[in-house]
Design a protein around this ligand. Structure first.
Ligand code: H2U
Ligand code: ZN
Length: 354
């Protein structure tokens, strides 16, 4: 791979290209050669009640809109009471010399409770319950995407206070809007260019390389693979993708949806076990736009962007150079993958309870 025989990705500062968004990343592996000093912290064994009377997401409790939640037993979806997007916005735009530009944007915000249990998180839920989450994501994507005024559906989860999550009750969000926002728009351009040139999705070919090299794999099952992408910006960033090139959740068959739930469960267990803490992250699905066109170039995938670096409390900050230049990392993606891959698939809390 190296153009020069002495160039070593594990030692020498270098740039890596992210073909999904077309951006570059600075990798400084020499700074991480110092020994691993994972700060020794006691395992986080915080417990929460199964039902919290003060939680606005628990079954039966009253939300900001004044109405009580139903006594739901699986997942529960509702319109965000403080949504960033609204669907009653008048059309309009402003363009002053091409420099001051604005246009109205409409859309919908939804909140999804993953479980009625206040004390669980995805890695602690049963495979069947996680499959229920996959199903509700699929239904929401289908229903919202079918609306003529919705061009893109963003499904995501903020987990942990450090990621701005407002409540430990397991939940995620959906923001669906008229236009395709920045990150998926970049991926659309890149995936289309690749597909037009090669006739296969970018991620099909990328996955084939990773399955052959194996160094960045975290886990796999019959239909899904989790890996630390070659171009990962966050220390333990991962990409979870289906082996078959489908463009959105509605194209997955039953076995692929079960396997997605299995991969989600196992990946989040690996994360929790890494620093023996409920691993914070922002994660979300990237799927084809819902503009009524078919986008065979789009390969469904899920990104996990976790901030932790060395322990349950030592995190990576995307600050000076990252904000002003481009993303940068010290530990290599290969090293991070090895650390994640070697974790047990039994949740550390289950171990300590027994
Ligand atoms: P986050 O934890 O990722 O912030 O998601 C929780 C969402 O729940 C948040 O967007 C909404 C907030 O607006 N919410 C309601 O819709 N109703 C409430 O009663 C409280 C919070
Ligand atoms: Zn709750």
């Amino acid at each position: 791979m190296a153009e020069h025989p002495s160039f070593d990705l594990a030692q020498h500062p270098h740039r890596r290209y992210n073909p999904l968004n077309g951006e570059w990343l600075l990798v400084s592996p020499h700074r991480a050669l110092r020994p691993w000093q994972g700060q020794q912290e006691a395992p986080d064994t915080e417990t929460r009640p199964a039902h919290d009377p003060t939680c606005y997401l628990c079954p039966g409790n009253v939300r900001a809109n004044g109405a009580p939640n139903p006594d739901y037993t699986g997942t529960f979806v509702f319109d965000n009471d403080f949504a960033a997007l609204r669907d009653d916005v008048p059309a309009g735009q402003l363009n002053q010399g091409g420099l001051l530009r604005a246009e109205s944007e409409s859309g919908v915000g939804r909140v999804i409770c993953f479980s009625p249990r206040h004390d669980l998180t995805l890695p602690e839920m049963s495979p069947a319950a996680i499959r229920g989450v996959v199903d509700v994501w699929t239904d929401e994507y289908r229903t919202l995407g079918a609306r003529p005024d919705i061009g893109y559906v963003q499904i995501f989860e903020n987990k942990g206070a450090v990621m701005g999550c407002s409540n430990p009750h397991p939940h995620g969000q959906i923001w669906a809007q008229r236009t395709v926002p920045g990150e998926p728009a970049k991926e659309s351009v890149q995936q289309l260019a690749y597909y037009q040139e090669h006739g296969r999705t970018l991620l099909t070919d990328y996955l084939a390389i990773e399955l052959a090299e194996k160094t960045r794999l975290v886990l796999e099952n019959e239909h899904w693979v989790a890996l630390v992408p070659f171009w990962a910006g966050w220390p333990f960033e991962t990409l979870l993708l289906p082996r078959r090139a489908v463009s959105d959740l509605t194209q997955l068959n039953e076995a692929e949806k079960d396997a997605f739930a299995d991969a989600l469960r196992r990946l989040t267990i690996h994360y929790d076990n890494l620093f023996q803490t409920s691993f914070p992250y922002s994660a979300g699905l990237h799927q084809q736009p819902t503009d009524g066109q078919a986008h065979p170039e789009w390969h469904l995938h899920m990104h996990f962007f976790p901030p932790l670096l060395r322990s349950a409390t030592v995190r990576k900050f995307m600050v000076g150079y990252e904000l002003l230049a481009n993303a940068q990392r010290d530990i290599t993606p290969e090293w991070a993958a090895e650390r994640l891959r070697s974790q047990s698939e039994v949740h550390y809390k289950a171990v300590s309870v027994n």
